[in-house]
Design a binder for this molecule. Sequence first.
Ligand code: AMP
Ligand code: MG
Length: 290
Amino acid sequence: MGARIEAAASGWDVSPVHLLRPIPGIFSLADLDTSATPGFVGSKSDAVRLMQDRGKRLHTLQEKLYADAVAGNGRAVLLVLQGMDAAGKGGIIRHVLGTVNPEGVDHAPFGVPSSEERQHHFLWRVHKALPRLGHIGVFDRSHYEDVLVARVRRLVPEEVWQGRYCEINEFEDQVADQGTVIVKVAMFISLDEQRQRLLDRLQDPHKYWKFSPRDVDDRLLWPAYRDAYQALLDKTSTEVAPWYVVPSDHKWYSRITVMELLIAALESMNLSWPSASYDIDEEIARLERS
Ligand code: AMP
Ligand code: MG
């Protein structure tokens, strides 16, 4: 996709694929404006309207990915979602992945490791959760928690989490080599926006379940989390598995952006509808006789 795409038709002035990659050594999370909407020239209602169109496109592309796997090609897409509580990860899953056939999505949430998981290498549970061929996998949190919460809360010694950046890069290299296109999205909201979203959860009995007192504990550790996110973006944004930093105070912006990133990833795979492995005329004739 060219950097400039039809503004009138799409709402995008410049594709987010070209705008949101943090440049190591230059990108500074402390300076990020989480309320910005880089590249999008339209309003919220333009974005909401565009979501419907682009959702159809994503739906078709995933079907093509599945058809490609049926034809024997071993490809998949992996979307990694990272962000603090209430950053909007769940909304991405509902509103972006929700446009795709549910059979085509492999959803994997990563919470506090179970006692069994703790007995294994940190990538053990991640290997098991990789998307099946033909599917779009979504990691709702991921192996990056092992260089975020593990670092901030000192769950392992420093030399252990320091070594994990390299391990993660090697792991993602292998996953990409096996035919999975990786898209990593880091969602950031301001502290004020997070306070408001968490308060909303505490003021609505239908949302209590979404809240955990841990969310406030983590919020109080934000400066340490910010450093950990900065290090992660500096050390693990690679050519085969790039990070995209998505300002997420506006939910409509983060959703249309991730939609576009997924579409671009699928389009980069040059998928085509497989030709029939049987004689079409003969099958029609057989059906007509039947
Ligand atoms: P949520 O995504 O809000 O349901 O919360 C999941 C919780 O699991 C978060 O507090 C994460 O920090 C925590 N978590 C996820 N992965 C790990 C990990 N590898 N080690 C420790 N805590 C984790
Ligand atoms: Mg949470």
